[in-house]
Ligand binder design. Structure first.
Ligand code: PGA
Length: 305
């Protein structure tokens, strides 16, 4: 075990969590053969197989499970040590790990700018992903702070509403409903709909509203990206529902119209969340406060609100 490197343990932890060399390589920005070689070397050093492959997925062997829990202990102790060091250094140096839902990518990077200017020694790792993946990351305690649009109900978390994130119905500006007022919700029955992927919080909110009103929509296309949905809508493929924040720059091109549909906008808020009892680093505490006190003002100044 003396030849084992910290990097190999990190690669192992990600591979075990993601269940595949390819997905681990994606998360770590490495190539798949690099991950596979690292795991071969680690297996050799341990002297027992760490994974077994069933179908496309890798499963941990008993030795693998024991190594994973050892790695988690090591990483947690190192995190605590890092936190102690950055607490000692105050805000001069440190890391901030954030996971935000896709809709928040329109505002959080904007807010990080002034924050990082104020604290130039802080490095930021920002993950942008859908609601379900945020919950997974929260469960695994991978980041300092999380920004979803719904507070997870099944987990013990501390949460604070941050900003409004209303969902609106969008269509091409040439769509017959564009510019008309008071569109009944049932009118959407006949429309081709472009829907986000399963696991998306936007999709969940839309399905809840339609289910509550017994509306069954015709999903013509499923897309995992708000930007791709905007292009498909502008191209006349159908209508969709997105956060109003996704439309921030659309006013300039004028290709997409927001429809005035009954029941919309669906009111939602982004929340700042972390597991209850988590010891936040000074950096994370400062960013939390910054979002609450300065967030709205900075976005208003940059005309994003
Ligand atoms: P989504 O997140 O990417 O999961 O749809 C958006 C949201 O919940 O605001």
């Amino acid at each position: 075990m003396k030849q084992v490197t910290f990097h190999q343990l990190k690669v192992f932890e990600v591979t075990a969590r993601r269940g595949s060399f390819t997905r681990a390589a994606e998360e770590l920005f490495l190539t798949q053969p690099t991950v596979s070689i690292q795991m071969k070397q680690l297996t050799k050093a341990v002297g027992l197989p760490l994974f077994e492959q069933v179908g496309k997925r890798l499963y941990l062997t008993e030795a693998g499970r024991a190594l994973l829990s050892t790695c988690q202990d090591i990483f947690e102790r190192l995190d605590q040590f890092e936190m102690t060091v950055s607490d000692l250094q105050g805000l001069q140096q440190g890391q901030l790990r954030l996971s935000v839902v896709t809709t928040a990518k329109y505002v959080i990077p904007r807010l990080l700018g002034p924050f990082c200017q104020q604290y130039p020694g802080i490095d930021v790792a920002l993950i942008v992903t859908n609601h379900e993946n945020i919950l997974e990351r929260l469960k695994e305690n991978l980041d300092d702070l999380y920004i979803p649009s719904q507070v997870p109900e099944m987990m013990d978390v501390f949460s604070q509403p941050f900003l409004e994130n209303p969902l609106v119905v969008i269509a091409s500006r040439h769509h017959p409903l564009a510019g008309t007022g008071d569109i009944p919700l049932e009118r959407l029955n006949n429309e081709s709909f472009i829907m986000r992927e399963p696991g998306s919080g936007t999709r969940q909110a839309v399905e809840q509203l339609f289910d509550a009103h017994n509306i069954s929509i015709r999903v013509r296309l499923e897309l995992g990206s708000n930007e791709a949905i905007k292009q498909a809508v502008a191209g006349g493929l159908g209508i969709s529902v997105l956060s109003r924040h996704c439309m921030a720059l659309e006013g300039q091109t004028g290709q997409i119209a927001i429809l005035n549909v009954e029941g919309f906008p669906i009111p939602r808020h982004w929340h700042i969340v972390h597991p209850k009892g988590k010891h936040l680093s000074v950096v994370a505490q400062t960013f939390f406060k910054y979002l609450q006190t300065e967030g709205k003002r900075v976005l208003q100044e940059t005309a994003l609100l």
